[in-house]
Structure formats: C-alpha cells, structure tokens
Ligand binder design. Structure first.
Ligand SMILES: Nc1ncnc2c1ncn2[C@@H]1O[C@H](COP(=O)(O)OP(=O)(O)OP(=O)(O)O)[C@@H](O)[C@H]1O
Length: 337
C-alpha cells in the first residue's frame, strides 16, 4: 500500500524540512521506537499485530518481510501518517502524529510511491519543495546527490521509474534530516543506480543520520543494515544483526564426485545429500567439515569438481523463516478445522 490510502496525507509526501533544534531521543536512548504496535484497517483486518523494535542514533535498521507483511503499515505509523490502534511509537522522543510539529522538520520521508505534479520539471519540483523547507539544500546539490543533475529540465512525467525513485530520495534529503525513512528506496533502479543509492545511504548513516529502511532486496539489507527484522503477517519473526539472524542456519558445501566414485565412500561424519554425483553437505561446523572433506579427498586421491563452500546467507534465512511461518499457519488451520 501507499499513503494514498490515508486521507489528507498526499500533500505531505516526501517533504523533508530542515533540521532544527537539538537532538533528542526517548528515555531508552532510541531515536525510533515501536512498542507493541498494532494497526487495523477497515473491516478489522490487523496488518500490524504487536510489533516492537528500536533504532539507535546513527543506526541503519532494515525491515524485511514477505509481500503484505506489514512493513509499510508499520513505517507509516512512525512517519506520523496514521495513529496506531495499539501500542506506542516514538521518533526523536515524540509522538510523530500528535507532536507532528516537533518531529516533521527533523525527518525525511521517502514513500513507496512519490506524488509529484507530473507537468513540472525536475528542477521546478525541487525548488517548489525547497520553498516549503527552511534551510533546504540548494537545488543543484540535492539533484547531484542522487545523480539527477543532467535531468533538471525534464518534466517529471518523462522520467523513468528509477529516475522518479531518485527524485523521491532527493526530496527526502532536501532538509538534511536527522532521521530518514526509506520505503523500498531502490525498487526500479538498475544495478548501478542501486549501488549509487547504497553508497549515498551509507555516507548519510556514517554522517550520523538514523535510517529506517524497508526493502525486498536481501543483498541491500545485508550490505547496509546494522540490524534488521524480518516481518511476516504483521509480526516480527526474527531480528538482530545479519550474523545473528543467519547463525542458526547451517553452512553448505557443494561439489561433484568424478565418475566411478560413489557418495557412500564419503566419511561418515559428513552428512551428505547425494543427487547422482552431485553432493551437498549441510554443516554447522564449516571449517571442520571442509577440513575432513579435503583430507579424505587427498588421501583417497579424489578430485572434488566445482567445490563451493559458503556460510548461510540472509536469503536462505529469509526463505526458511517465511516457509516455517507458512507451515505453522497451515498446521494451526488444520487443528482449527
Ligand atoms: N488501506 C488499506 N486497507 C485495507 N488493507 C490494507 C490497506 N493497506 C494495506 N492493507 C493490507 O495490509 C497488509 C500489509 O500491507 P503493507 O503494505 O503494510 O505490507 P508490506 O509489507 O509493506 O508489503 P509489500 O512488501 O508488498 O509492499 C496487506 O495485507 C495489505 O493488503
């Protein structure tokens, strides 16, 4: 969903007014804080069902999740675009909806879909928003940050999807925000654009900006996030650093045995799944298992073809979590039937 669904918010999209006042945070020291947050839509559907997390100053936190998991619904509450139906949200120590005037000038928001007048040129659009933003970056600087300097005279309606995302980002950065909310910032960008955006976001974070990011790109979260949470059906299923989230997953060793060498000859200690000559070993002790395998191969004079050993990736953890959550729900439904 986008904030188009929330009446009265369209005019506020992507405004990122200037940073003012001294830094502040909640008593816990967190700059962004969600505690037991719930959000229900018309008809009673609960899209956010008790979500809690916090983001420290200068930290980059990524919210991941399956489609419809409730990421945007959660982030919009923190952006002050709607009021939670339960729990509390705090940004810079304030309620972002009720104390909007205190929060809004210090945050930058990049929604999932920007809503700019399509007949204006890129430069006119930035100038217009800069006019509502005290202390805004110069137009040229904002466009240069996102690699749009050469597109200033082009009308917004003529921009590609990826260029519009860049313009959205320029608007979010216009007021040099302390806290930046980025909802799927690189969707529609090509590989180079994505990397440029990562670089920029990393620089902002290194400069002290606190960032809350939602993304479907696991590599993006793996590359950028200090910590992350994975949501599924309105709840956070797991959270932590990438290393913590992947820690419980086994590493993987893959290779092919040459003709005439049977998988049964492999050492008993290596739990291997064989598909013909193709072998996959799953292990929680990657170094020891690899050592055992290579010793066996050397002593048996066996060449391991296409040998590939790797630690668990965030992608595997994500797919596993989504699958397990779906299986649990199927079991619950069976019990209820
Ligand atoms: N205005 C609305 N009215 C009713 N249901 C809604 C509304 N907006 C969102 N939803 C539902 O709430 C759930 C969560 O949506 P949300 O957009 O927050 O998920 P998301 O994790 O951001 O998804 P995606 O990754 O697909 O963007 C979905 O089931 C969605 O259909």
């Amino acid at each position: 969903m986008t904030s188009d669904d929330i009446p009265g918010n369209r005019a506020d999209r992507t405004v990122a007014p200037v940073t003012t006042g001294s830094a502040s945070a909640s008593r816990s020291g967190a700059v962004i804080e969600a505690t037991g947050v719930r959000r229900r839509y018309a008809g009673g559907f609960e899209a956010v069902a008790g979500v809690s997390f916090s983001v420290a100053r200068g930290e980059l936190f990524a919210l991941l999740g399956t489609n419809g998991a409730g990421k945007t619904s959660t982030v919009e509450l923190l952006e002050g675009l709607a009021v939670p139906d339960g729990g509390t949200v705090r940004v810079l120590g304030h309620d972002p909806f009720r104390e909007r005037a205190a929060v809004r000038p210090r945050i930058g928001v990049m929604l999932q879909e920007g809503g700019f007048p399509s007949e204006l040129t890129v430069t006119e659009t930035v100038r217009m928003w800069a006019g509502c933003t005290s202390g805004a970056r110069p137009t040229g600087e904002a466009l240069e940050l996102v690699g749009l300097s050469h597109r200033g005279r082009v009308r917004v309606k003529q921009l590609s999807g990826g260029e519009r995302r860049r313009l959205d980002l320029a608007m979010a950065l216009l007021g040099r925000p302390e806290v930046l909310f980025l909802d799927e910032p690189t969707t529609g960008l090509d590989a180079e654009g994505r990397r440029d955006t990562w670089e920029l976001v990393r620089e902002l974070r290194d400069g002290g900006t606190t960032v809350l990011l939602t993304t479907h790109y696991l590599e993006e979260a793996e590359t950028l996030a200090d910590r992350l949470a994975i949501m599924h059906r309105g709840r956070i299923v797991t959270a932590g650093t990438t290393a913590e989230v992947t820690a419980a997953r086994p590493s993987r060793i893959r290779f092919e045995l040459p003709e005439g060498v049977l998988a049964a000859r492999l050492p008993l200690g290596l739990r291997a799944a064989a598909d013909g000559h193709r072998i996959e070993i799953r292990t929680h002790r990657l170094q020891e298992s690899l050592d055992e395998l290579l010793t066996w191969a050397r002593e048996s004079d066996v060449r391991l073809l296409g040998l590939d050993a790797r630690s668990a990736s965030l992608e595997e953890a994500f797919l596993d979590i989504a699958q397990r959550a779906t299986d649990n729900e199927a079991d619950d439904e069976k019990v209820a039937a």
